[in-house]
Write a protein that binds this ligand. Structure first.
Ligand SMILES: [Zn+2]
Ligand SMILES: [Zn+2]
Length: 307
């Protein structure tokens, strides 16, 4: 049992102990928590619904989606803006609570994706099958390890390295926090008809499953469905619905055209909620130098017949 816990909660231990026999094989021992995450949603049959639980679920979804899109993606992976250290570290923790591994693992895989997009080396290219691009890719043995060579810059911060090493700790603490705060809330406001367990189920299990699968669609659906405004040499697409659900990531063809931009909705009607939130944070002085796409590059890559 101790070994299994170490395997889940200490990635250094897990990568040292596991010898990759078959890189393509699904690492079943590692993914028990991933299965538990999905099964946890079934507890809704037991805890029921309340509007309080619904709003907790929505907030839990939005804040962690923002941490993933604005920080794991636009900040840690692409360095598309500057941020105060405490802000970056806080969102590293919140993003890790989204249960998509740690910031170094996430950024290393994502940088690899941009180099090999839709080619054989792309771990989640839809040409290798929908389910592979959606979720099987990160359940495979070969993709478990953090490729440190790709994130040397981020490895300079020992805090980020520690969070990345013990990434599983954060979703567990987050879930317990929701349970505890929900229990206090239910005791103080008994007429709300909620409970600590209801906060746990809606705020962690349901919100996390939704957040996870919506994020995965950027790898699976955003390279298949939607329109291409720019010639990017890959299959990346723009889709308004995915952009709304992912707070701006659905403008994925735009993003592959100019990955260094903090903004992904290039046209005024292309709603990019994360970018709007970043502009608000810039007013507070928490982030700055939000990089913009270069109009000359956009003009060069624009697909005329569809523009
Ligand atoms: Zn992509
Ligand atoms: Zn990217």
């Amino acid at each position: 049992m101790k070994k299994l816990l170490l395997r889940w909660f200490d990635n250094e231990y897990a990568t040292k102990k596991s010898q990759i026999k078959d890189p393509q094989a699904i690492d079943w021992r590692r993914i028990v928590p991933f299965i538990v995450l999905h099964l946890g949603c079934l507890m809704v049959l037991w805890v029921g619904f309340s509007w309080t639980a619904f709003w907790v679920m929505l907030m839990s979804y939005l804040i962690r989606m923002f941490a993933i899109t604005a920080f794991f993606h636009r900040f840690f992976s692409h360095k598309s803006f500057q941020a105060k250290k405490w802000v970056a570290r806080s969102f590293a923790v919140i993003g890790t609570a989204a249960t998509q591994r740690g910031p170094l693992w996430w950024a290393a895989h994502h940088r690899h994706h941009h180099i090999h997009s839709d080619q054989d080396g792309d771990a989640h290219a839809p040409k290798h099958g929908f389910w592979n691009s959606h979720m099987l890719w990160f359940l495979r043995e070969e993709n478990f390890k953090t490729n440190k060579a790709k994130v040397k810059d981020l490895s300079q911060d020992p805090f980020l390295v520690w969070v990345d090493r013990h990434d599983m700790l954060f979703p567990v603490l987050y879930a317990l926090l929701l349970w505890a705060v929900g229990s206090v809330y239910a005791a103080v406001f008994p007429t709300a008809g909620t409970s600590g367990l209801q906060w746990l189920v809606w705020g962690y299990f349901i919100a996390t499953v939704l957040l996870s699968h919506v994020t995965y669609t950027i790898n699976s659906l955003s390279h298949v469905f939607g329109t291409q405004d720019y010639e990017t040499g890959d299959e990346s697409r723009n889709h308004w619905l995915l952009a709304v659900l992912t707070l701006g990531e659905g403008w994925h063809n735009n993003h592959h055209c100019y990955p260094g931009s903090a903004r992904q909705g290039f046209k005024t009607w292309q709603i990019d909620i994360s970018y709007s939130a970043l502009k608000l944070m810039a007013k507070l002085g928490w982030v700055w130098e939000l990089k913009q796409p270069n109009p000359v590059v956009l003009n060069k890559k624009r697909i005329r017949s569809r523009a």
